[in-house]
Design a protein around this ligand. Sequence first.
Ligand SMILES: [Zn+2]
Ligand SMILES: [Zn+2]
Length: 283
Amino acid sequence: MKIVPIASDSLGTRSMATYIETKDVRILIDPGVSLAPSRYGLPPHPIEFQRMNEHWGGIKKFAKKSEVLIVTHYHYDHHDPNEPELYKDKFALLKHPTEKINRSQKERAEFFLEQLEGIPERIEYCDGREFSFGGTKIKFSQPVFHGTNNRLGYVVEVSISSKNSKFVFTSDVEGPSVDEQASFILEEKPNIIYMDGPLSYMLGYRYSQASLDASINNVIKILRETPVEKFIIDHHFLRDIKWRERIKPAFDAADKAQIMTAAEFLGEKNDLLEARRRELYGR
Ligand SMILES: [Zn+2]
Ligand SMILES: [Zn+2]
């Protein structure tokens, strides 16, 4: 199984866009990319806009060769309603647009589906379902919280298995601090994980120390109870310049497994543009 993170916070934009290729099928998860409209009271720096354009170019390139496009929820860093042509003749597997969803995402889903009309070859709502493509199986979790509660709505997690490889993509769980989010990973027993880590850059106001501690405990549990070898932690977590020290007990618990960012998974250097925005502006 080939796994390519295309855009990510460790690569300088807000995204988890990932391409997966097995001998049976080519899949693109969450084709979207965005930037923080405001960080430290500053708008995105021109370098960030340039990076976002590069990443969107990469997403379009990988979309072209994919047969299946997955959207785990309706935030703009995970889908782009302005370029529905991306989905032309594809099999679109989408988070359910009206069930287990908050109001803002419901409105976005409705708009997105209007734009998509007549473009994909097929659309299915994927929550809690399984799809097979030859020897490759794509399994979706039941909707789980986007973060620590349902205020921001729900996401679906994705498990893709082929031969002896199993890859789990958590989408925006911001942790996972909630047991339902972790249990999908524990049950699937993947050997590669791409997880949205704790929202630690908002520690103390929108994310509690208790949530961070629960997330660390779940990461350690996953390290102990699954055969994970490569454990990618990225997205919300890489908006925190101190990300590494925030989950030190998890790094200490990883002996056989490697915890890494999406950039490191690709063999590239971390480039946390949003977290370093003040510096980009020379402040
Ligand atoms: Zn989101
Ligand atoms: Zn996101």
